[in-house]
Design a protein around this ligand. Sequence first.
Ligand SMILES: Nc1nc2c(ncn2[C@@H]2O[C@H](COP(=O)(O)OP(=O)(O)OP(=O)(O)O)[C@@H](O)[C@H]2O)c(=O)[nH]1
Length: 410
Amino acid sequence: MTEPTERPEPPQPSGLTEPALEAVQVPAPGDAPTPQPPAAAPSPAPTPIRFPSDAELMDGPNALEDEDWEDGEDGEDRENRENSPGSAEGGLASARVSVQIPDYPEDFRAGFACFVGRPNAGKSTLTNALVGTKVAITSGRPQTTRHNVRGVVHRPTAQLVLVDTPGLHRPKTLLGKRLNDLVRQTLADVDVVAMCIPADEKVGPGDRFIARDLADLRTPVVAVVTKADTVSREALAAQLLAVDALGDWADIVPVSAKSGEQIDVLEEVFVGHLPLSPPLYPTGEITDEPQEVMIAELVREAALEGVRDELPHSLAVVVDEIADPRDTSREAGLVKGTGQRLQVRVSLVVERDSQKAIVIGRSGARLKEVGVRARQGIERLLGRKVYLDLHVRTAKDWQSDPKALARLGF
Ligand SMILES: Nc1nc2c(ncn2[C@@H]2O[C@H](COP(=O)(O)OP(=O)(O)OP(=O)(O)O)[C@@H](O)[C@H]2O)c(=O)[nH]1
């Protein structure tokens, strides 16, 4: 997976190919080109080169503004001009400039925002609401987010890259500790952090734990009171006061990702903290998560629908193989009778056999439902028909086994 804190190389704005001014070459007087006779021809007496006087140079055309000096100019013409003896242009002929006109405004801002907050605070839903499409998985079960899913919000004057993190929490397992480290690493490197606190739950020890952690951070932190639609105006006002007392915030914004209320305000607040920068992602790109991660997340989301509390922590999903029948270079390993469907093989890894039974369900009924739901999401994501093959495996206590964690991509 791409490191969440990595600032990607800004993409080349379309139509621009050379860095500004890189191509400028103004030769020194001694560099005036000397005509070379053809190798085989008898050497005529060399034409003496007269370097123009200062007055001639001042009167002559300014090579940097010379309109005739277009890229389309025929090479022969150029050579003739360069070689024309005594010409003032001969001395300055190779002076050339390429000017870049950026296709984004001068005051364009771009950068990263990161959500933190206790599990289930609404971070993934908020990411999706800001991006305007589903890029992060959500579920009613805590800790469904394991990866830094990025969504990119494109606006005419700004680009906001959202980094969704697992919730910071008191670690109980090795996985828990690694997740916390991952979050801290991310926070130090983004332009603005948003701490999510749900409107419908009292500020508690979990929030205080995170707020304390954020206090040492140099990055500005905005408090976001999520799920504002779930409470009355009075209750929301009381929650805003409680959140205000919790830390030293750059801003406090109540939002509802469900109704869309105040999402635009939050966006504006985030953009205000971003540096002046060219766009970081090409227009239209909304996430840089690898396709396989998106597929695995869709399967995990489908598998977590309606299961008991313990499972979300114990379930990992890995894409084992993606085989395309349209790829004529491969024949082996394709399932016959599935037509041109992309064949996606995925493993659902649990910690105990009892969990395996839950995921599979009676006579495989649950797994079948998971497959149908996940396949629909994957087909929407990829824009083509998919044959989805799900396998459930047990890897005993994988959350506390460093080798198993590495194999599962943590
Ligand atoms: N009514 C309402 N529910 C919301 C809102 N935002 C999120 N939820 C619900 O809250 C639950 C948790 O939302 P998520 O976005 O998965 O929360 P999260 O913070 O990403 O959770 P973790 O991945 O566990 O850290 C889901 O059931 C959402 O549907 C909102 O604005 N209004």
